[in-house]
Design a protein around this ligand. Structure first.
Ligand SMILES: Cc1cc2nc3c(=O)[nH]c(=O)nc-3n(C[C@H](O)[C@H](O)[C@H](O)COP(=O)(O)O)c2cc1C
Length: 276
């Protein structure tokens, strides 16, 4: 199996799936993966379920989002988490860890936070009054071809584009960009943040380094919805924290999450990682 940094580089949103049914050994592995207890940096614990969509197996197109179509996916991972200020962050963190394991198993996924039918998932997941379903993902074998919409360039986002390193990561304040050094092990973790998926590919993550502290911020985009039920850009930040932490761990660097707003008056402060 490939390592995590290669999985991060390899992962793409897969919107067109092979009609082949998931093999039993894959179903067993996925079940095992999603039933492991998960916890995010803010201490919230999501739960996940593998859901088979019978309609999709009859090769109908399942329309899930306000942008993009998912074709032929027969399985989805749905999940929920108790609503609190940072629960979407922890949900994004936990589900992206699963997504990267699935990427290592050569299974395709696509974060979906748009207008999928939350009520279907509510019934299956038996959500409680105070629980939300921030996002779901289809799961399956990627089809050889892209969807027609993708081939015609009709999707709203080009998933391959990312902002430059120096426009996302800074030293001391938001005025001084960090120059990427590929040999620097923490820069490698920041580079993994840069490659993360995000809603409408808006890449709302920013990091300011102050000494051994790395402060994570959200720079919001009005195009991405923040509804009462879900704040998708907090999910984005959770995904980014997972990428950062996974590469920190892969590089054997010690550190911990800490909440301590340094008081920079830009963006929305979320959390700090302190190198020990
Ligand atoms: C929180 C979140 C919500 C998303 N919602 C949708 C969606 O509703 N429909 C869709 O087609 N893609 C959705 N995406 C996928 C993004 O468009 C995609 O990750 C981004 O364009 C980058 O492309 P890549 O994943 O191929 O690297 C979502 C991604 C994230 C992280």
């Amino acid at each position: 199996m490939i390592n995590y940094s290669d999985a991060i580089k390899k992962r793409r949103s897969i919107r067109n799936y092979d009609k082949k049914h998931l093999e039993d050994n894959h179903i067993v592995k996925v079940d095992k993966l999603i039933s492991k207890p998960a916890i995010g940096p803010f201490g919230n614990k999501p739960r996940f379920a593998l859901i088979e969509k019978p309609a999709a197996r009859k090769q109908e197109k399942v329309r899930l989002g306000t942008y993009g179509f998912i074709s032929n996916a027969a399985y989805f991972i749905g999940g929920c988490i108790e609503k609190s200020e940072f629960s979407e962050v922890d949900y994004g963190y936990s589900l992206e860890r699963i997504v990267l394991e699935l990427t290592r198993m050569e299974l395709g996924t696509c974060w979906i936070g748009g207008t999928f039918k939350r009520s279907d998932y509510k019934a299956i997941l038996q959500t409680k009054e105070n629980e939300i379903i921030p996002c779901i993902t289809p799961i399956g074998y990627p089809a050889k071809k892209k969807t027609l919409r993708e081939r015609l360039g009709l999707t709203l986002t080009d998933g391959s584009l990312r902002n430059e390193f120096g426009s996302l990561f800074f030293e001391n304040d938001f005025q001084t960009p960090i120059v990427f050094n590929p040999e620097d092990k923490i820069h490698q973790a920041l580079e993994a943040v840069r490659l993360a998926p995000s809603a409408v590919n808006k890449q709302p993550w920013r990091v300011v380094k102050q000494g051994n502290k790395y402060h994570f911020y959200i720079f919001r985009d009005k195009m991405v919805s923040k509804t009462k039920s879900t704040d998708l850009q907090k999910v984005d930040l959770g995904i980014a924290l997972a990428h950062f932490k996974i590469i920190i761990e892969e590089n054997y660097i010690n550190g911990k999450w800490h909440i301590g707003d340094p008081g920079i008056k830009e963006g929305e402060y979320l959390i700090t990682w302190i190198k020990e």
